[in-house]
Design a protein around this ligand. Structure first.
Ligand code: IVH
Length: 721
């Protein structure tokens, strides 16, 4: 983050809204890097800090939770990619309103903008805001040709094959429909279908889903459309994109047309003439909400006349003629039965509240994250109180839980009147609950403050850290070994059989050899068949050849994410050169140490973490065993970047704002292939900032620092088109 964040308790509502907008943008950017191109710019910890800040602000201002809030998205995003589709007309979003006054202001602004007097009545439509995924479905000459997700509003993903499996969406339009029709609306999963699916998953011993919206999203993002077909997705039509002809001149009329053409439309849509009527309909829909078989999160009001819509036009991303009147976030009361501690790869101890199961907006909630020791005590990341009177959270407490389309529900507050007389403050463990090693809070070297995270110091000794470490090692951006998932790792790790057990990464590679001479055959073990064992060994053997940056990333050195791993690979070229330098840098001085610190993008904390990692004999031992398993005893040397020829070779570039000709990932890949370094934030070392529409603080910073800025076209001209 470029600016020092304001303490959350001091935020005004306007600042909070602006901050949430910024966080949504920033987190979405990092999500795209992480999931799309596997090239994160920040460490997991930094990412988590952004998410935590977002969550904390949302906890204080639940009414500000955004449509695109990071808390509404599943962390583990889709691993599949779909072809991009550029929307013929951008897919816009809606402004949010939260109170009756907001709605009155909205209506008044429409009258004002159009220069109408209150007695020249303007009609509005009011309909539920469906909590699903918006979709644009294009028909040419009556035939469904493309279906695309909203994406960033300009470019979505092509999910045509999947959409074709939704029975409620016609594949053909009746005769007489215009030649080009784009129907837009919401794909969703009915609550009843969601609950039935979860029941089935549970019966099959599989992981259950979190909520209908995420399940619908996951069901659509399937490369195999048969899976989508089995999920019973549904649809409501409520808007349109390109139309070669307009079959009606009102919002209401258009939607009725969609109904005639065979699309489901929401039965609660009404055309109304006054603010009072609009607000009455909002209340009515609010009362019906618990009984509807689909999740809704507000009511959308739109100016009915298309001519007036046209005149009102748009602000940057949302129309002036519409607004979403949100319902308050869903909350419920329940009790904290237990507080349990989960231990992650880096040893972080995360407390989780086990709750008496409760339904919040139709979804059963049993757990809520408590983040860290301070959070339980009622303190935020900077030590500020986050609950009234600094209430802590205790076992036995009645708490208010909030689920805002969220994966992990939040504990908002404690009902002090209901606190049992014998409730005692929770004592955060001083020892790792898994391995018994000391658990400590480190002091941040930069700020001198205590870290909010408590960490187990057990390292390899800790079973939790070791298994999480192995899971990281085989993960998609590291060794990417198919067939070795979380369940399998746990199984191999727990095994005591010398022909089966895997406690360290090199043992993954010796498994096949150990199996050969053994009587306990993997293929006879439940969950593994002959075919899957063959595939697993093949997948493992394939990785005896591995790119240097993947290898370095897989080691799981603290603070070394993929971007850093790439920098290291590029700078040192071979593993040998890298490891030698790291060992030579052990004293934190001398040429090797200076060389490491001179790499742009590597700061002192990261440099230290790497050197410390190599000082640990156990690490070196494991790496030696691992290298022996690789072809030629080493990872592949890093690709040499074409450092000459291009005017941008060796330059550091930052892309910001939205790009129109490329996706961010494409622009980045292109720049890198020309020898440029792509950075996530602007500093004195930045050479160029390429700014698209919507660029904000990074562009300001570039100007402030006198860094050269350019738009996308100028950039293209510079790199030669
Ligand atoms: S109208 C130009 N109507 O809300 C406005 N949107 O923040 C086009 N949504 O991305 C959208 N129900 O996914 C509209 N009845 C409804 C809606 C609705 C849900 C979603 C949609 C859109 C988001 C806008």
């Amino acid at each position: 983050m470029s600016v020092e964040p304001i303490t959350i308790k001091n935020l005004t509502i306007e600042e909070a809204a602006a901050e949430l907008a910024r966080l949504a943008r920033e987190i979405a950017h990092h999500d795209a890097l992480y999931h799309g191109k596997d090239q994160p710019e920040i460490s997991d910890a930094e990412y988590d800090a952004l998410k935590r800040r977002n969550d904390a602000i949302e906890a204080r201002f639940p009414e500000l939770i955004r449509e695109d809030s990071p808390s509404r998205h599943v962390g583990a995003a889709p691993s599949v990619t779909f072809a991009p589709v550029v929307h013929a007309r951008p897919m816009l979003s809606l402004d949010n309103t939260f109170s009756q006054e907001d709605v009155q202001d909205f209506v008044a602004s429409v009258y004002r903008f159009l220069g109408r007097l209150p007695d020249q009545s303007i009609a509005f439509t009011a309909e539920p805001k469906i909590d699903g995924l918006s979709m644009s479905i294009r028909y040419e000459n009556g035939k469904l040709v493309t279906a695309a997700t909203r994406g960033d509003g300009t470019t979505g993903e092509n999910v045509t094959a999947n959409i074709r499996t939704i029975k409620e969406i016609p594949n053909e339009l009746p005769k007489g429909a215009p030649a080009v029709v784009e129907v837009r609306g919401e794909v969703y999963m009915a609550k009843s279908d969601f609950l039935a699916l979860n029941k089935q998953m549970e019966a099959e011993g599989k992981q259950t889903y979190v909520n209908p919206r995420n399940t619908a999203a996951g069901s659509l993002r399937q490369l195999d459309a048969k899976v989508t077909a089995s999920r019973k997705l549904k649809f409501f039509a409520y808007a349109w994109g390109e139309m070669s002809e307009m079959p009606s001149d009102t919002q209401f009329g258009m939607v009725q047309k969609f109904k005639e053409w065979g699309f489901p439309i929401n039965p609660l849509m009404k055309r109304l003439n006054s603010v009072a009527d609009i607000l009455a309909h909002y209340d009515e829909i609010g009362l019906l909400r618990p009984d509807l078989d689909y999740d809704i999160d507000g009511v959308v009001y739109k100016v009915d006349s298309l001519e007036l819509q046209q005149r009102l036009g748009f602000r940057s991303r949302s129309p002036r003629w519409a607004t979403a009147h949100k319902f308050p976030a869903e909350q419920a009361f329940t009790t904290v039965e237990k507080i349990e501690i989960q231990v992650g790869r880096t040893g972080a101890l995360t407390p989780v509240a086990r709750l008496t199961p409760i339904t919040v907006g139709g979804v059963v909630v049993t757990n809520a994250t408590l983040h860290n020791e301070d959070y339980i005590k009622g303190l935020g990341n900077s030590g500020e109180p986050i609950r009234e009177d600094e209430h802590d959270i205790r076992i036995g407490d009645t708490v208010i839980v909030q689920r805002a389309g969220d994966v992990i529900p939040q504990v908002l507050d404690v009902v002090m009147e209901k606190r049992p007389a014998d409730a005692v403050p929770y004592e955060f463990p001083k020892k790792c609950p898994v391995c018994g090693s000391h658990a400590v809070r480190e002091r941040n070297e930069k700020t001198g403050k205590l870290d909010s995270v408590t960490r187990c110091t057990g390292g390899f000794v800790c079973r939790a850290q070791a298994t999480e470490h192995l899971k990281h090692f085989v993960s998609r951006n590291a060794f990417d070994i198919e067939g070795l998932g979380s369940k399998q790792i746990d199984f191999f790790f727990e095994s005591e059989d010398s022909a089966l057990k895997i406690r360290t990464a090199p043992e993954i590679f010796t498994l096949e050899r150990r199996q050969r001479d053994s009587l306990t055959k993997l293929e006879n073990i439940e969950g593994f068949g002959k075919v899957s064992v063959g595939k697993l060994f093949a997948a493992i053997n394939e990785r005896r050849e591995i790119a240097l940056h993947r290898f370095i990333y897989a080691l799981g050195i603290r603070h070394v994410g993929e971007t850093t791993a790439k920098l290291l690979a590029r700078s040192y070229g071979t593993y040998e050169a890298f490891a030698t330098a790291m060992k030579e840098a052990a004293s934190l001085s001398g040429d090797a140490w200076d060389g490491l610190n001179a790499i742009e993008g590597i700061g002192e904390i990261v440099a230290r973490a790497i050197v410390e990692f190599y000082k640990e004999p156990r690490n070196v031992e494991v790496i030696t065993a691992l290298l022996a398993e690789l072809n030629d005893g080493t990872p592949l040397p890093a690709e040499q970047v074409a450092a000459s020829g291009s005017p941008v070779a060796g330059k550091t570039v930052v892309f910001t704002g939205s790009l129109e000709k490329f996706t961010r990932d494409e622009a980045k890949a292109r720049a890198e292939s020309l020898g440029a370094k792509v950075a996530g934030s602007v500093s004195k070392k930045t050479d160029y900032v390429v700014a698209g529409p919507g660029a904000g603080s990074k562009l300001d910073k570039a100007r402030e620092l006198g860094v050269q800025t350019m738009d996308e076209d100028e950039w293209l001209a510079l790199i030669g088109g």
